[in-house]
Design a protein around this ligand. Structure first.
Ligand code: GLU
Length: 638
């Protein structure tokens, strides 16, 4: 539990809104209050007690829970509770996912929110069908080819992140709306109610929130609206134990609850987004260079969700469904699994299994870097990449007795396409970097896994890209904008072809990997994680841990992580907890070199999962330690 400070002064700050008439007093943008007393926690093992108002007495946060009915796991107690609340009121998993995501938009605003986008994988039990709701942010129509360059060179990456230029047209609200309309049972007006209350009445600042604010301090100080919301009167982050309120976000949610998606994509919210992008609210005297972007009102009006088929493969006794393009997640994961399928884990030591995991990931990332981009702009060789024959042809490139010392070259998946005449198109131009500086992050984005009593499942990753997105709070509306366009490759040579270069209307390639695992035609596992390109290796490592090494899902999820993404030196990232283990020593003996992620400030991922058991029970799992631990609950504790 977060430490509480009982001695904070009441600071109900009345502020003036920059975008309103000069004399109009608004509700506080944010305010800090003394922390409440202990909430009388109920140690009920992750179940929930009070059916009338689950939020009246917050239960202890627990990273695992097993029981019956629906289940939910998120990074945050209130997010999970919001999902369980909706399930208990008769909503389905899609309703609950939107409720949870909207609460996380308030409590975890540096990771996700209406200023961003995401990918939602939905298993529809009645139809035994998996669909993917792509609400990825999109490059505005007016984005010039040269937008990310100055004087012939790419704009400094950090400056690009904190700018109007990096903002993709947000997809979240239309994604929620479409998900509910097609697959939910409730409307936005119902499912946003809890988030409105949480944003309005506030919640206790915990260490994660405090540290996330701290890591954003320089840019929040430079942006008037962000400073007003996330920093106290002394210009410092709100302290741990304070109550953080966001009435502007509550008002935005209320507008959406009343007016539906239109209230976000047209009218005052859309106008405020356009203004914030085109004329960022830079604090007078700031020395940061914060460039304007080009999003127009028509970009918001025209934003479209895509309903896509899942990408599927088999792995041993399992069928794995994942997210297809414009996310590289499902394809890269499938390719790595197809490579691993050629090895029998029963004949291998854990070190040998992990050596092959790293090798398969390296090869899969070589192809990911070369071929994948928005399918509406690029003819990516998806069938070839997913073919078992292609994996068979590539598997021998995994040296079984020594670690690589250089990056792998991509293969020729075009030769394995079932359609003999796909145009290689821009996908053949593999000259761009396979991983940009934006390609691995530590503390942003969030993953939600939810199921309901009818067997529907949602695996949903939502994001504003970097931790704190582009750093710009939309004035008067209480949410951060994304910097998703930095997920495009930005080659040093602006004319270099690459499937993932920025183009107007294009969706940047993602790594988000909401995943569903079936066995004998029934769901067995739903999972995923944030973490930039390490998302893919986190999901892969959890699957290898659970399926090949036989770890229970909570142990597979908690295990120290290592990540190989085809780095030039052949080296892999490792969490500190992995270094010094017998596995680390065994891998070092094979020549593996690890860079310590934790010394550079990062954990690898923050996963959640659901494991469905043959007896009809379900185990919800969140991180026990990473991001200070997530929250797992079931509708009816066992
Ligand atoms: N922008 C990332 C992606 O789409 C997600 C954010 C993250 O987890 O780093 O892959």
């Amino acid at each position: 539990m977060a430490q509480r400070n009982r001695h904070l002064p009441l600071l109900g700050l009345l502020v003036l809104c920059a975008s309103c008439s000069p004399n109009e007093k608004l509700d506080p943008v944010s305010q800090v209050e003394p922390a409440p007393g202990d909430a009388g926690a109920e140690p009920d093992g992750g179940g929930t007690g009070n059916d009338d108002d689950l939020f009246a007495t917050l239960p202890e946060i627990a990273p695992t829970a097993t029981g019956r009915g629906g289940a939910a796991a998120t990074v945050d107690l209130r997010g999970t509770l919001a999902a369980i609340e909706i399930l208990k009121k008769g909503g389905n998993a899609v309703d609950a996912a939107v409720a949870a995501a909207s609460v996380l938009g308030a409590t975890d605003p540096f990771s996700c929110g209406v200023g961003g986008g995401g990918f939602m994988l939905v298993y529809l039990a009645a139809d035994n069908k998996v669909v993917a709701i792509d609400h990825r942010e999109t490059a505005p129509a007016g984005l010039a080819a040269s937008a990310f360059y100055e004087n012939g060179a790419p704009i400094d990456f950090d400056e690009l992140v904190t700018s109007g230029l990096s903002v993709g047209v947000p997809g979240t609200v239309r994604g929620w709306s479409e998900a509910l309309r097609r697959y939910g049972t409730l409307g936005l007006d119902d499912v946003l109610q809890r988030a409105i209350r949480v944003a309005e009445t506030g919640f206790e600042v915990d260490r994660t929130f405090f540290e996330q604010t701290g890591r954003n301090l320089a840019r929040f100080q430079a942006i008037t609206s962000s400073k007003a919301l996330f920093l106290g009167p002394d210009g410092a982050p709100w302290p741990v134990g304070a109550t953080f309120k966001n009435p502007d976000l509550a008002r935005t949610y209320r507008l959406i609850a009343r007016g539906g998606e239109k209230a976000f994509y047209e009218g005052e919210v859309a106008e405020a987004i356009v203004a914030a992008v085109r004329d960022p609210p830079v604090e007078p005297g700031s020395t940061l260079t914060i460039r304007p972007g080009v999003i127009a009102a028509s970009d918001l009006q025209d934003y479209e969700v895509r309903i896509r088929p899942a990408v599927s493969t088999t792995y041993r006794d399992y069928t794995i469904h994942g997210m297809g393009l414009p996310s590289s997640g499902g394809i890269t994961l499938a390719l790595a699994l197809n490579l691993l399928e050629g090895f029998d884990p029963e004949l291998l030591t854990p070190v040998e299994v992990l050596h092959r995991y790293l090798g398969a990931s390296r090869l899969a990332f070589a192809d990911r870097g070369a071929f994948l981009g928005d399918p509406e702009f690029v003819e990516a060789p998806v069938a070839g990449l997913l073919s078992k024959d292609y994996a068979d042809a590539r598997r021998d490139l995994i040296d079984l007795i020594k670690a690589p010392t250089e990056a792998a070259a991509p293969g020729d998946p075009f030769a394995f396409q079932t359609d003999p005449s796909p145009s290689p198109g821009r996908g053949q131009g593999a000259r761009g970097r396979s991983a940009g500086p934006n390609d691995a992050h530590d503390n942003e984005t969030t993953h939600i896994t939810i199921s309901d009593a009818a067997g529907n499942i949602v695996s949903y990753t939502c994001t504003i890209e970097a931790e704190g997105g582009n750093g710009i709070v939309v004035p008067g509306h209480g949410f951060l904008l994304n910097n998703q366009l930095t997920d495009f490759n930005i080659p040093d040579d602006p004319t270099a072809p690459h499937p993932n270069v920025a183009e107007p209307g294009k969706r940047p390639r993602s790594s988000m990997s909401p995943t569903l695992v079936m066995k004998d035609g029934k769901p067995e596992l739903a999972l995923a994680s944030p973490g930039g390109s390490t998302i893919i290796t986190t999901v892969l490592q959890i699957l290898v841990g659970h399926i090949d090494l036989g770890l229970p899902i909570d142990k597979a999820l908690a295990a120290p992580r290592i990540s190989q993404r085809n780095a030039g030196s052949g080296s892999s990232d490792a969490e500190t907890a992995f270094l010094g283990t017998p596995e680390a020593e065994g891998l070092a003996a094979l020549g593996h070199v690890f860079s310590d992620k934790n010394t550079s400030g990062g954990e690898i991922g923050a996963a959640t999962a659901l494991r469905f058991h043959d007896d009809g029970t379900v185990t919800a799992v969140a991180e026990p330690v990473r991001r200070q631990g997530g929250s797992a609950m079931v509708e009816r504790a066992k």
